[in-house]
Design a protein around this ligand. Structure first.
Ligand code: PTJ
Length: 250
């Protein structure tokens, strides 16, 4: 898809940037998304660009939540669609979840473009176009959701989410799984399960855990969910970032 030499030390990050750029060109990613990508890269650099053990435990807890859920929904924005469209479809299939486009900077055009993009990657149904319900407490455009999608969901995966919306969804009583590289971000702080990891690694990892856990008795899944330590996961990620900063300055 792009001419980046695989032995380049920053291969993964260059590939990611290219996907985001292509997303902007295709009309699925916002220009704000470029800024979000830069911020994410800085955190990933300090994390060591790897899934830390606490993030893997979070991914497993997220998978258990999805398998226990009555109506799980994966929320997709312009960055998620550009970076991991195939993985979104895979996770939806592994957990019988809905996919809904939900944008911070909503335009009907971009919602449609993202839905079409996801269908190219095999999604059978993509929600977010009906927009016949509202998340209470948010301004008009940002509050729009589908009544039979996010509005009705008991468990939502909101990757790279803005803090206000993460908070408002939490107030609706939903179980929120957040994927965000910044453990200090408000969305990570309010999440039931914060996965502090790059979405490129986190999403396939949640899907892998879901496949691994599928068929497990509900008691096993409940034990995983209840045994997850969200404060511990946030602290571990923050420690890792601080160590990364120290490492780099030595
Ligand atoms: O497509 P839209 O209109 O819905 O807009 C999407 C963005 C992401 C632009 C919008 O939600 C936004 O502005 O988000 P923020 O406030 O920039 O927050 C994005 C968060 O995602 C930041 O905390 C970043 O560190 C984090 N992030 C960026 N890239 C990644 C990431 N986390 C995980 N994996 C990444 N690849």
């Amino acid at each position: 898809e792009v001419d980046v030499p695989e032995d380049h030390p920053r291969y993964q990050s260059l590939l990611t940037r290219h996907r985001i750029e292509a997303g902007v060109e295709k009309g699925i990613t916002s220009t704000q998304g470029l800024i979000a990508e830069g911020r994410g890269e800085a955190f990933d650099y300090l994390l060591g660009e790897e899934t830390i053990p606490s993030a893997d435990r979070a991914a497993r807890a997220a998978a258990a939540h999805f398998l226990l859920a009555e109506h799980p929904v994966i929320s997709v924005n312009g960055n998620v669609a550009a970076l991991v469209p195939g993985e979104v479809v895979e996770l939806a299939e592994a957990t019988d979840a809905d996919i809904e486009v939900n944008l911070f900077g909503r335009t009907e055009e971009r919602v449609r473009a993202i839905a079409a993009h996801l269908r190219e990657y095999g999604a059978s149904e993509v929600k977010g176009l009906t927009a016949d319900a509202r998340i209470p407490g948010l301004s008009h455009e940002r509050a729009k959701v589908d009544r039979d999608g996010i509005y009705d969901a008991d468990v939502v995966l909101v990757p790279l989410e803005d803090g206000d919306r993460a908070e408002a969804l939490g107030e609706m009583g939903k179980t929120e799984v957040v994927i965000d590289l910044n453990p200090l971000s408000r969305s990570a702080r309010v999440a039931t399960v914060p996965i502090i990891d790059n979405i490129l690694r986190a999403l396939p990892n949640v899907a892998r855990h879901a496949r691994d856990l599928s068929g497990s008795p509900r008691e096993t899944l409940t034990e995983i969910v209840e045994g997850f330590d969200r404060e511990g996961a946030l602290d571990a990620a923050e420690r890792r970032l601080r160590e990364g900063a120290t490492r780099e300055s030595e």
